[in-house]
Design a protein around this ligand. Structure first.
Ligand SMILES: Nc1ncnc2c1ncn2[C@@H]1O[C@H](COP(=O)(O)OP(=O)(O)OP(=O)(O)O)[C@@H](O)[C@H]1O
Ligand SMILES: [Mg+2]
Length: 226
């Protein structure tokens, strides 16, 4: 537990040239392996920007990010794609499932192109994950045939298909009613407790944030002291 899974050093992100927006202004952050962090703060304070950098979906304008002790190298886009595929799971407010694919196919999708190189059966693993999120009876359903909570469960199973070290969740309960949102949180807590999965969760909802192990507050592109 002493090792930090994530360390950032003076992370800056500036969008645009003519009228630059400094979305992050020097973020220093340590996230130990096995942590469960909630990130809260006003709209526009930089939460999604930070989450995208933690998941290597985007590169910082300045500063460094270390993942499991290794500094991310932004000069090689293919290596970044590979890094994400190996280590990161992402879930979003709007689920981002593919409507023309069944629940099972959606979960298999991230690794489908690599199916032959895997040392496990992809369909079997996807089925197990859907069982684990309580959707054993919905494998063949399309997203349009699922409730919001069920769609987010499919998205969680999809995010876990690569056995990520880090699960990033950007307002995963934002489109759900409070009871369904609670159920999604219970599922994330279970993943955190049972498999020691490291989770960073962005939320506007304090009652959701309080269920994490610690809360980080952002304002104007900076992390406030605890
Ligand atoms: N692609 C982009 N191009 C230009 N500006 C951007 C871009 N993405 C974000 N920004 C700006 O950066 C700032 C931080 O945005 P970010 O999306 O990280 O905020 P947030 O804390 O996630 O807000 P919310 O709670 O509304 O989701 C905002 O001022 C936003 O307008
Ligand atoms: Mg956001």
């Amino acid at each position: 537990m002493n090792t930090n899974l994530i360390e950032t050093h003076d992370l800056w992100k500036t969008y645009g040239d003519e009228t630059p927006v400094h979305a992050l202004r020097g973020v220093d952050l340590q996230i130990p392996e096995g942590d469960f962090v909630a990130l809260i703060g006003p709209s526009g304070s930089g939460k999604s920007t930070l989450l995208n950098l933690l998941g290597a979906l985007d590169a910082p304008s300045r500063g460094r990010l270390h993942f499991a002790g290794r500094q991310l190298d932004y000069s090689n886009p293919e290596a970044l794609v590979d890094f994400r595929r190996r280590h990161i799971g992402f879930i979003f407010q709007a689920f981002h499932l593919i409507p023309a694919l069944t629940a099972l196919e959606n979960v298999m999708m991230p690794l489908a192109p690599f199916r032959r190189q895997l040392d496990f059966d992809l369909k079997e693993r996807a089925t197990e994950l859907l069982q684990a999120v309580g959707l054993a009876e919905r494998l063949g359903h399309y997203p349009g045939q699922l409730s919001g909570g069920e769609r987010q469960r499919v998205a969680i199973a999809r995010a876990l298909i690569n056995t990520p070290q880090l699960l990033l969740a950007d307002e995963p309960t934002g489109n759900l009613d409070s009871v369904t949102g609670d159920e999604i949180l219970t599922l994330l807590e279970k993943l955190h407790h049972e498999s020691g999965l490291t989770i960073v969760l962005v939320t506007h909802d304090l009652s959701i944030a309080r269920r994490a192990r610690r809360i980080l507050r952002m304002q104007d592109g900076r992390l406030l002291d605890d």
